[in-house]
Each structure stands twice: as C-alpha cells, then as structure tokens.
Design a protein around this ligand. Structure first.
Ligand SMILES: NC(=O)c1ccc[n+]([C@@H]2O[C@H](COP(=O)([O-])OP(=O)(O)OC[C@H]3O[C@@H](n4cnc5c(N)ncnc54)[C@H](O)[C@@H]3O)[C@@H](O)[C@H]2O)c1
Ligand SMILES: O=C(O)[C@H](O)COP(=O)(O)O
Length: 410
C-alpha cells in the first residue's frame, strides 16, 4: 500500500521565512508538498499572524519570534522548524502545550562558527582590526608591539558543546593549548582540559570564546566583575547569543584600555532588517570586530540546514517521527506500509493510555504496533492498526479527555 497522508498534501501549508536555503523547498517538493509560502525576510506583528494563521508548518531562523501570543493564533500549526541551531526565539513550552514539536539543525552550521571564531582569534592576537582601520585612514603604523602568534597560547572555551568542541580541535591543530569550562562533565577532545571554575579560565587564558546557549544561567555571564578577571591583553569572542555579554561593561573595560580586543557576532538587540540601523557603544573601537550575526551564514551551512530541517518536517508529516525534536517526546518510527497509523498527543495524566487502547477494544481491531514516549507533561503515542473506519477511530480518540492533538496517516 502506498503511504498517503490524511490531509491532501497540496493542502498542507508550509510557511518558510528568513530566506531559508532553496534545499528546504526542494526537499518538500520532492516529498510531494507544493503549498509553500516563502519570504526572504523575518515577519513580525500582523504580517506574521496573517501568514502563520493557516500554516501547518513554519520554518524560521533566529530573527522570527514565535511567542505564546503568535503560537496561540496559529491554530493549524503541526510543527515548527528552526533552520538554525538556537531555539530561544521560540516559546518551546507554549508549542509543546499545543502538541507542536520544534525541530532544529543542531550541528549543520557548527563548523562555520568554529572557523570564524578561530580566524577572529588570530586577527585579534595580531591586532589586525586596529591596523586595518588605521591603514584605511592613511596611518602607516608598522610595529610588532602587542602582536603575537597563537601557537602555544591558551584558549579558554566557555561551553564545550558542538561548537566549543569543534573549535577546540581546530585551535589545537594550529598549536593552541585548550582549556574549557562547562556546567557538565565533558569528554575533552585531543589534549584539551576541563577546568573546575569559570574564574580559573578567565584569569589564565589569552583568548576566551563563548559557546553557551541563551538561558537564565548565561544571562550577562560575562559582566563587569568577570571582565575584570580577564588578562589585560586577552581577547574576548562572543558568537553565542547577545545576552551572554554585558555590552556596557565591555565598552567600559575597553575604554579603560583593558583587553587586546574583542569580536562580537551577536548582540542583545539586533536590527530586524538591513534597513534598520545598528546601534552599539562598541562601534567606536578599532580593536573590536563587529559582524551581523553571520557565524552560521555560509553556503555550506545554509544548504545543509535547509535539507536537514525540511527532512525532519517530511518525516513528521509522512511518518510521525519526532526524532531530535527539542521540546517533545522523541519517537523514532519504522515505515507503516500495510497499516493505518494514528498519532495521539495528550496530557500526561494517569489512565489516558487505557482510554486510548479502549477505543480499539470497542472497535474490535488489533493493534499491530504501538510506540509511546512521554515527558513529565505530555505523552505521544503512535498506533499502527488495520482499520477500515479511520474517521470513527480518530473522532473517538479526539474525544478522550486530555487529548491535545490527534491525526491519522494512511
Ligand atoms: N553566531 C551564530 O551565527 C551562531 C551559530 C550557531 C550557534 N550559535 C549559538 O552558539 C551557542 C552554542 O551552540 P552549540 O551548538 O555549541 O550548543 P550546544 O548545546 O552543543 O553546547 C552548549 C554547551 O554549553 C554548556 N552550557 C550551558 N550553560 C552553561 C553555563 N552556564 N556555563 C557553561 N557552560 C554551559 C552546555 O552544557 C553545552 O555543553 C548557541 O547559543 C547557539 O545558538 C550561534
Ligand atoms: O542559532 C543559530 O544557528 C545561529 O544563531 C544562526 O542563526 P541564523 O540562521 O539566523 O543565521
């Protein structure tokens, strides 16, 4: 039997924002999904509500904010895809409560960020940003003062996840000694060493690079007190999230002559579009590299992300798989040829699975396979059955108290 989706594929609307790569569209079309609304920019306010209100799937990058209010107005939404790593721009809880899994691309732009950071470390250790700015102004200041090789220097990485550990490998390959601080115990790659406290890292390293997520524990992680602990000639890099560094404290330190330089790719407030101005107290410093959140913006990364996240959409839509969803019980599913597949997302409360199974007892059908995953608040069960009357089964599943969403795949 050929797999057929409950709702005609041409009626399933995909809303893709922020110029996600063409691969995203190609993957959807190859899977038979043709109803794709594509925007090159982020949407907000009324424009976002109007576009999302009849969408089944929405794909965004880091600049579209899917708040509780926005998600509440998207009554048909089945899944959200972040075509990037970060998912802080989505209210993950609000999505989960409505039975909407959120997918991302957890490592498709990892290498791009690590390469940019390594380049910035080398440039800052050689004072290239300052030299470049001066030569542009006609000043020929040829000097070796304050200029160093990175070989043998200490790199301190804060957050040793995908990007931090990738940076560790490539920095070590050009001779840096790598130390890292992470709230979790992590396997040190190569000769890297984990340190027990942030203070230990801050006071001893020549370059510090941040690779933590945006959350309560990382807000202003690098504040005035911690900047004061850095070596006077250290370089500081933030390509994680803008909230991690207190920008005013950094500007004050740079004004006082602290630090050799800094590189920032992310900011507490980023312009929504190219026509909006970028304001920052850091703009005046020649020894600071400022980039417009382009750490993951390479052709390679964007192409990979387009394929990866759209493939997750297709798998969820065709097959029910939530593997690698960031806010949802993960169910990895086999093909379901020959059976009807019913998906039921529910509040995780006692007795609900019994009620679900009772539907099939009452209909006198055998359950061929059942896959269940729960977290403390919701459950996701996928049921394969040989069933003639799917409408009745679906209607009865939807009537069960505590049901959040139910759908059928043929
Ligand atoms: N500039 C860009 O374009 C760009 C591109 C990709 C990712 N990012 C951002 O980079 C960050 C890291 O990405 P990743 O893929 O390496 O994430 P990851 O989840 O793989 O790693 C994050 C690491 O930070 C650690 N961590 C969390 N809180 C911490 C804390 N308070 N102190 C120390 N360590 C802590 C975690 O244990 C984990 O090891 C994310 O915020 C992501 O959004 C930015
Ligand atoms: O989270 C990420 O992957 C980065 O911040 C990149 O976001 P972007 O897709 O908006 O460039």
């Amino acid at each position: 039997m050929t797999a057929k989706i409950s709702l005609d594929k041409s009626k399933i609307k995909f809303l893709l924002l922020e110029g996600v790569h063409q691969n995203a569209i190609d993957v959807l079309k190859a899977a038979g999904y043709t109803n794709i609304e594509y925007h090159k920019k982020a949407l907000d306010g009324e424009d976002l509500i109007n576009a999302i209100k009849d969408a089944h799937f929405v794909g965004i990058r880091s600049r579209t904010f899917l708040t509780e209010e926005v998600i509440a107005q998207a009554s048909k939404l089945v899944a959200i895809g972040c075509f990037c790593i970060g998912t802080n721009q989505v209210n993950l809880e609000a999505a989960k409560r409505r039975g909407i899994p959120v997918f991302n691309a957890p490592f498709s732009n990892t290498r791009s960020v690590a390469e940019l950071v390594l380049a910035e470390i080398i440039l800052l250790m050689r004072q290239v940003p300052k030299a470049n700015a001066e030569v542009h102004r006609g000043i020929w200041n040829k000097s070796a003062a304050g200029s160093n090789e990175v070989r043998g220097k200490k790199l301190g990485i804060i957050g040793y996840g995908h990007i931090g550990s990738q940076l560790s490998i490539i920095a070590e390959s050009i001779g840096m000694q790598v130390y890292f601080y992470d709230i979790e115990n992590k396997l040190p790659l190569g000769n890297a060493q984990q340190v027990a406290s942030l203070e230990e890292l801050l006071g001893s390293c020549d370059a510090i690079s941040l690779h933590v997520p945006e959350n309560a524990s990382t807000k202003n992680l690098i504040n005035a007190e911690r900047i004061a602990q850095l070596k006077d000639d250290a370089v500081l890099i933030n390509a994680a999230r803008g909230t991690v560094v207190d920008i005013d404290a950094l500007a004050a330190a740079l004004d006082a002559g602290k630090l050799r330089g800094a590189a920032l790719d992310v900011f507490p407030e980023e312009p929504a579009s190219a026509s909006d101005p970028f304001e920052s107290p850091l703009r005046k410093f020649d020894n600071v590299i400022l980039t417009p959140h382009i750490g993951g913006s390479t052709s390679e990364a964007q192409a990979n992300i387009g394929t990866e996240v759209s493939s997750k959409f297709v798998k969820y839509s065709d097959n029910g798989s939530t593997l690698s969803a960031v806010n949802f019980p993960e169910v990895s599913l086999p093909e379901h040829a020959g059976a009807t597949r019913l998906l039921h997302i529910h509040e995780n409360r006692p007795g609900i699975l019994n009620k679900i199974n009772q539907v099939f007892v009452d209909l006198n059908v055998n359950i061929a396979a059942q896959f269940l995953q729960t977290d403390p608040t919701i459950g996701y069960v996928v049921i394969d059955v040989e069933l003639e009357n799917t409408n009745e089964a679906l209607a009865r599943l939807k009537e069960i108290d505590g049901t959040i969403k139910a759908r059928v795949l043929y």
